[in-house]
Design a protein around this ligand. Structure first.
Ligand SMILES: *Cc1c(COP(=O)(O)O)cnc(C)c1O
Length: 352
């Protein structure tokens, strides 16, 4: 929030746990990028004064109406002319800001979000005009992707936005540059956040916004990742293979995508950190699916045995939100650590 030249929204889908939302609120986050009515409801329960943005171009019938009438949402999103008509049938356009989502693609985004969502750049002027004609305030949004591993992707996307805004007959007040800031994971180093903010700060200074204009960002991973660890138990060991009670259908589901292939990990035995000689292990989850194997080998103490506990750190983003109860396994025991005093120095925080 200190480094970004504008308004910071938290993208709720990265981690929607009320306790995590509460911590973000206590750190000063008051704006939330929601993609469904249940996400808005979750945020409003934690922080009734929060501003929720309904930033999804596809929604269940009636959700936009309920978001506005029952929860006071004013910000919506479309990426097609038909979305404006659907909005008109549900909300009061005069009281709303409607973001037109533009598709942008850059190769530095490990996951391209422009395939499913976003209007082609050449259709944007007409879409913005339709929003304007509906009585709503038009705004601009785009998202380079998630896990954007090079800062210049933002300069590139903001450059396209600048060309578009210069061609418009009207001035836009709000420009949302999306989220996508990456985190470092073991063997997966990314540039520091400050290098992203440098690119963004100089690029957005060129955007021809209306007076009082503001730039928005909606990070999920960057805010959620560091605050959560997953604890699992070793159930069985076969040589250099470990079977644990969480896996690819649980909190590690994101490892099936391109990007990092492991999380920082350490071992506890009866509550004490287990150290000593290390070796590489393959880790399997507890389900019957042959794909329930964590992709990256993990260095762990040679001595590890059933009953030991593994702590995987930096796992706050895209872990709890995607777990399933496949095979009847579901990790739902959540504990909040609100004092670090009882932990030896260095035993609680990861550097990533
Ligand atoms: C997923 C998503 C985000 C958050 O992405 P991160 O990579 O977690 O920052 C932001 N905006 C939109 C539109 C998204 O779909």
């Amino acid at each position: 929030m200190a480094g970004f030249p504008g308004r910071v929204l938290y993208a709720v889908k990265a981690c929607a746990e009320p306790e995590v939302l509460r911590l973000l609120v206590s750190a000063g986050i008051r704006h939330f990028d929601c993609a469904s009515l249940p996400e808005v409801e979750t945020v409003k329960k934690v922080c009734p004064t929060a501003t929720c943005y309904f930033m999804v171009p596809v929604w269940l019938r009636g959700e936009a109406r309920a978001a506005q009438q029952e929860l006071g949402v004013r910000h919506f999103m479309v990426d097609h002319e038909s979305g404006v008509q659907r909005l008109e049938s549900e909300i009061n356009m005069q009281r709303s800001v409607v973001f037109a989502r533009m598709a942008v693609h850059h190769e530095a985004a490990l996951h391209d979000l422009s395939v499913r969502f976003g209007a082609p750049v050449e259709t944007m002027p007409a879409l913005i005009e339709t929003i304007h004609a509906s009585g709503a305030e038009p705004a601009l949004a785009f998202n380079v992707g998630t896990m954007v591993i090079r800062p210049e992707a933002y300069r590139y996307a903001i450059g396209i936005a600048k060309t578009l805004l210069n061609r418009l007959p009207l001035k836009i007040r709000l420009a949302d540059i999306g989220g996508g800031f990456p985190r470092s994971y073991p063997q997966f180093e990314v540039p520091p956040l400050s290098s992203y903010f440098e690119e963004i700060t100089s690029a957005v200074a060129q955007l021809p916004l209306a007076s009082g204009g503001e730039v928005l960002t909606e990070p999920g991973r960057m805010l959620a990742a560091p605050g959560v660890s997953a604890i699992s138990e070793v159930l069985q060991r076969k040589g250099d293979r470990l079977y644990i009670n969480d896996g690819m259908h649980g909190v590690f589901w994101e490892l099936r995508y391109k990007g990092h292939d492991q999380y920082a990990c350490r071992v506890y035995r009866k509550g004490q950190l287990l150290e000593g000689k290390m070796q590489a292990f393959t880790i399997y989850g507890p389900t019957c699916d042959s794909g329930d194997e964590l992709p990256g080998k993990v260095q762990l103490p040679t001595d590890i045995c059933p009953g030991d506990h593994l702590e995987f750190g930096g796992l706050g983003a895209y872990s709890l939100t995607g777990r399933t109860n496949f095979n009847g396994r579901y990790s739902d025991h959540l504990v909040t650590i609100d004092s670090l005093d009882q932990f030896p120095p260095g035993h609680i925080r990861y550097n990533t």
